[in-house]
Design a protein around this ligand. Structure first.
Ligand code: ZN
Length: 296
């Protein structure tokens, strides 16, 4: 695809929505960030941004919060499921964007968009199979295969994988579904409830820090065993605590014992994202060209 062809991108987040225009290579040439409000207002903002640019766009890539139906073959493709965000439950996001912009719309989840960004232009580049994990207010994850997120029954729910609690850890799980899943034990709300402050207030040798590193190491170890990725990227607000990614890597290797391939112990196997805040919007932009193949 010609590099000069331009595409639109939208990263629909819980608090803010980023609109961008860029190239098939993922280079962003214009962007606008607006607060996420009821859907009609956000769609109007996005449509105005693309129209005001005066640029001809070939397609629109969208990374959206969920739950949302991303299978283009499904009758309710592009529709939000039940969500606590006012006005968004049942909203036909793909339909509304198609109508407002007259562009073909390619849709992935927000985590999927960030994963595609990292896979095509960031820390997962060169991996045939990669995993992008984000640890923040929840834990989300996506698998990338050759730079795309493969179609699935539902998006992966890696945050709800059950972990082995450490002896003496009797803290309540913050997941209302599971007593010992990764999200319930180690995401931001669990850390706040356990320690009364975020992880970046602790040093890597502190038991509090080591507990979370252990749990994230267990989670990554489970992903190594089930998916055998060539690399794992660990991002999100919690994972940005200094020292946490290497600590989780050490715990992952320890939990796997000598069973896993030696490559998983390599420095560079479990790493931080390369694109930072731009992973999602870059991925959404790349989806405009890439996801045709990924989800068709
Ligand atoms: Zn859970």
């Amino acid at each position: 695809m010609a590099e000069q062809q331009l595409y639109g991108a939208i990263e629909l987040g819980g608090t803010k929505t980023v609109c961008a225009i860029g190239t098939a290579g993922g280079r962003i040439i214009a962007r606008r960030t607006v607060a996420t409000r009821p859907p009609g207002e956000v769609i109007a903002d996005a449509a105005a941004f693309f129209k005001d640019s005066g640029l001809a766009l070939a397609a629109l890539g969208v990374g959206a919060f969920g739950p949302i139906v991303i299978d283009p073959a499904a009758p309710d493709f592009g529709r939000l499921c039940e969500t606590n965000k006012p006005g968004w439950s049942g909203f036909d996001l793909a339909g509304a964007l198609t109508e407002a912009t007259a562009l073909p719309v390619r849709l992935v989840t927000d985590v999927g968009a960030a994963a595609i960004g990292e896979a095509r232009a960031g820390a997962l580049r060169g991996c045939r199979i990669g995993i992008y994990l984000t640890v923040g207010t929840g834990i989300g994850g996506a698998i990338t295969i050759d730079g795309a997120v493969p179609p699935a029954l539902l998006h992966p729910e890696m945050g709800h994988i059950a972990l082995q609690r450490l002896p003496g850890d009797t803290a309540a799980s913050m997941c209302r579904f599971h007593d010992s899943c990764a999200e319930g034990l180690a995401a931001g709300p669990a850390i706040a409830a356990r320690f009364g402050k975020s992880l970046d207030h602790f040093a890597p040798d502190d038991p509090e820090f080591r507990l979370i590193a252990d749990y994230l190491g267990q989670l990554c170890g489970q992903l190594v065993l089930t998916l055998s990725p060539q690399r794992i990227v660990l991002g999100g607000g919690v994972a940005s605590a200094p020292g946490l990614v290497p600590a989780a890597h050490r715990e992952m290797v320890r939990h796997l014992g000598s069973y896993a391939p030696a490559a998983v112990a390599d420095e560079g196997y479990l790493i931080a994202p390369a694109l930072g805040q731009d992973a999602g919007i870059t991925g959404a932009l790349l989806c405009a060209t890439q996801a045709v193949r990924a989800i068709a």
